[in-house]
Structure formats: C-alpha cells, structure tokens
Write a protein that binds this ligand. Structure first.
Ligand SMILES: [Zn+2]
Length: 249
C-alpha cells in the first residue's frame, strides 16, 4: 500500500467491504484517508485528462478504449465499461483488485483482464492505455506492419511494433494474445482492433499511443503517394546511438 501511506485505514476498508459487502461504506472509509485521497485524486484527475485527450484526438470513438493505473500491488484504477472517454469524470473511475473484482460500486472495463495480465507480466509498469487509433487499425486490417526502419521517432520510441493474433474485443482473449508480446514491448497492435501501450506513468503510456498513431498516419500517407524508403543501416545505428542518450524527440 505504498501509494497512500495510511495502509491501516485502507486495510480497515478492505475488511469492512468483505464483512458487509457495503460498497458505499468503503467509499466513505476511503475519504477518511486524506493522504490516499490526495494521491488518488491526482491520479484520477490525470486519467480523466488523458481520457478526454484520447477522445478529442480521435484515438477512440463512442465507448471504445480503456485506461488503467496500478495504485499498488493489489489495487488498480480503471475506466468503467460502456462509457465514452470524452464524458468521463473522476468519480466514474473504479478501483478493482488483482483478480478484477470491483472494490467500488460499478462495472469496470470489459477488457480489464488484458490490463491485469500486462501488470502481472510487467512489474516495471504502472499505466496502460488501450485505444482504437484509426490509422493504426487500418494498417493492421491491410496487413501492413509498422516497420521499425522508417522514421527516427519510431526507432527511438519503440522500433518494430508487433501485432498480436486476433482476439474478440471485450473478451478474455485479449489477455491471451498479448502474453509474451507485452513482456518485451511497450507498444503493440491488437489485430483489427486497436493498440496497447504501457509505461511507468499515465503520460508515458498515453504519449506512446499518440506517437504510435502519428507514425501510422505518416506511413499511411507515404504509401498513398509512393513507396516509403527505409532508413539505411548506418542511419539507424546513428539514431539508436542518439536515442540511447535522449529518449524523447
Ligand atoms: Zn478495445
């Protein structure tokens, strides 16, 4: 419970909910924990900023996409199911445990199992963004890979972005197809569905998603007017040398 520093109050809340099943009571108990509320409030605000930006940037449409954050070992903050990311407020976000059981009243995202699988396999990450970025999905539908040798930005940010096997959205299949790929990649494409990006912070994960879609758009545009020319091996080597020192471009 490193996130809040008032673990006894949260532990009390956990015991309370297991004893009474009273979901509103745990909300009240959480509110007593000022350190927890302050920290979690900031995270909720940050997630809402990103949810709105994701919708406004058209990385998702309607009720698509979801975002999560690892509050501590056993608690995760997630977006709810069936809600437009452009309409969400801080109070709409929900906390669940490591098995996806909600600790607050509400229904968490239907793709929570994919998020929890990624957290299980990647103890180094705290945030996950899943979106349906149209250029990225279009390339996936057309069977065009996002090569890691076309743009300096792509080489520094993530190199080749792998595409998972097809999984039916909003099922546990998502958790299955990201296995192994997520072990070694911070960005991956879900075949004909969307993309998943991960990071130490919500901003890290979100910026990776925005960058992925930008790169997909540039590849799409380049293919509309010609054949994209890959960078030379020497250019890639020099870019990688710079990227090792400077992670942002
Ligand atoms: Zn999805």
């Amino acid at each position: 419970m490193h996130i809040n520093g008032n673990s006894y109050i949260v532990d009390y809340a956990m015991n309370t909910i297991s004893m009474t099943e009273n979901k509103s009571m745990i909300t009240t108990v959480y509110k007593r924990c000022e350190t927890s509320v302050m920290t979690e409030e900031k995270l909720r605000s940050e997630m809402i900023v990103i949810a709105h930006r994701m919708y406004n940037k058209e990385l998702v449409a309607a009720t698509g996409g979801n975002i999560s954050y690892r509050l501590d070992k056993n608690r995760f903050l997630l977006t709810p199911t069936g809600r437009c990311k452009g309409d969400l407020t801080e109070d709409d976000l929900l906390v669940c445990d490591e098995e996806g059981k909600p600790l607050e009243e509400g229904v968490i995202t239907s793709e929570a199992s994919m998020h929890l699988e990624a957290y299980l396999r990647r103890p180094d990450i705290n945030a996950i963004v899943h979106a349906h970025p149209p250029y990225t999905v279009a390339l996936s539908m057309a069977g065009i890979p996002i090569e890691g040798n076309l743009l300096p930005e792509a080489i520094i940010a993530f190199g080749q972005v792998p595409t998972s096997n097809f999984a039916i959205p909003s099922t546990n299949e998502g958790a299955i197809v990201i296995r192994k790929l997520i072990d070694t990649h911070n960005a991956l494409i879900l075949d004909r569905h969307g993309a998943v990006t991960v990071g130490k912070s919500l901003r890290n994960a979100y910026y990776l998603m925005e960058r992925l879609e930008y790169i997909s758009k540039v590849i799409y545009l380049a293919r509309c007017i010609g054949v994209p020319k890959p960078l030379t091996k020497d250019q890639i080597r020099r870019i990688q040398a710079v990227g090792a020192v400077k992670k942002e471009t």
